[in-house]
Design a protein around this ligand. Structure first.
Ligand SMILES: NC(=O)c1ccc[n+]([C@@H]2O[C@H](COP(=O)([O-])OP(=O)(O)OC[C@H]3O[C@@H](n4cnc5c(N)ncnc54)[C@H](OP(=O)(O)O)[C@@H]3O)[C@@H](O)[C@H]2O)c1
Length: 326
């Protein structure tokens, strides 16, 4: 028997989640039985996608849904042994027993920190890569606009676009994040909290936009659509502006017709076949320093609710993580 802490959803949030929508709960776990594995989570991945689910479909009094990176403590599961590193989708838990569903072994590169497997070498790096190359059909010499450019997905996307020879426009919500984006070589950086996004994008995109990598929706999408070049592509990765608040209507959808724009939402399984190429290229970029990253890390399950609320408030630069163990 082992005891562990979990963060449970106890009330469906309206608007921005509040700390008392969640409760820290002590749970006792039984030893793993045949076919089961006991995992100790090292880091929780704090992701915007958790937010819409909290109001739609998430059961109350169960762990908040989310991903984590952990280490196998005990195993009676055939493909896992103590010490193995695993990525899982078992929610905000310090430890859990699983029958192996939603638990995948990671073989970490000894020259890279483990946490990169929750961002640049994880799902967020891969959606940035495939979103630009497959959905956005980005080619060298084009102009690419990325919103939430200093976040986990955005900071991967702007650097991939630069490395593939594109001119990059990035929007973010603070001067500190804007400064980091400039240091990464982003050609035009906008702070949408200080500048009206429409005119700012228009000024930055003097030659128009060929690919808009949308993480925000609403006014950002409207601003991008107003500047798309004919046959431009909008790769819709996320719409964070709608996760807490009612969506803002996009008033210029007709430009999709006039400029023959292709607009498409996606998830990473749309381009699974690209994964080996992505892992190889991103590993090389990380090792050479061509791709850089930042992490915003809070400590302990006690901080998980505030980390999620902080992410939605823009407090993270790069990837938001909660450290649970080393
Ligand atoms: N399609 C997929 O498979 C997939 C996978 C992963 C993530 N996503 C999506 O990708 C987007 C980014 O995710 P992430 O994990 O990289 O998160 P992130 O960008 O690291 O963190 C969220 C950021 O969103 C910005 N933000 C919050 N509210 C906003 C608003 N109303 N308007 C504009 N910006 C706002 C904040 O930065 P600022 O300082 O810039 O405001 C905040 O730091 C999200 O939309 C997410 O849902 C999609």
């Amino acid at each position: 028997m082992t005891t562990t802490k979990e963060l449970h959803l106890v009330r469906k949030p309206e608007g921005m989640p509040r700390p008392d929508d969640f409760r820290l709960v002590d749970v006792t776990l039984a030893e793993p039985r045949d076919g089961e594995v006991l995992v100790e989570n090292l880091y929780l991945s704090i992701d915007p996608a958790t937010r819409p689910r909290l109001s739609r479909g998430h059961e109350l009094d169960t762990p908040v849904m989310g991903f984590a990176l952990g280490r196998v403590v005990a195993s009676r599961y055939p493909d896992l042994k103590p010490g193995d590193i695993v990525r899982s989708a078992q929610g905000y838990r310090e430890r859990f027993v699983s029958d192996g569903r939603y638990v995948g072994k990671v073989t970490p590169d000894p020259d890279l920190p483990l946490t990169v497997y929750l961002h640049m070498l994880g799902g967020v790096g891969f959606v940035a890569y495939g979103g630009l190359l497959v959905i956005g059909k980005m080619t060298a010499g084009e102009t690419v606009f990325v919103s939430t450019a200093a976040g986990a997905v955005g900071s991967a996307a702007v650097q991939i676009a630069r490395l593939k020879g594109c001119t990059v426009i990035g929007s973010t919500g603070s001067d500190r994040k804007a400064e980091w984006l400039r240091s990464l070589g982003v050609d035009h950086v906008l702070n949408y909290k200080k500048q009206a996004i429409g005119p700012a994008v228009r000024e930055a995109a003097a030659k128009g936009i060929d690919v808009y990598f949308d993480n925000v929706g609403g006014e950002h999408l409207e601003a991008a659509l107003a500047c798309m070049n004919p046959l431009g592509r909008v790769a819709v990765c996320g719409m964070i502006s709608t996760y807490n608040d009612a969506p803002v209507g996009v008033r210029n959808l007709s430009s999709i017709i006039y400029n023959r724009i292709n607009i498409r939402g996606f998830v990473s399984s749309d381009f699974d076949e690209l994964h080996p190429q992505f892992m190889q290229e991103m590993t090389q970029w990380l090792k050479s320093g061509a791709v850089q990253y930042q992490e915003t890390v809070t400590n302990g399950m006690e901080s998980a609710a505030s980390a999620l609320i902080g992410l939605l408030n823009g407090e993270n630069t790069g990837k938001m993580l909660v450290k649970l163990s080393s």
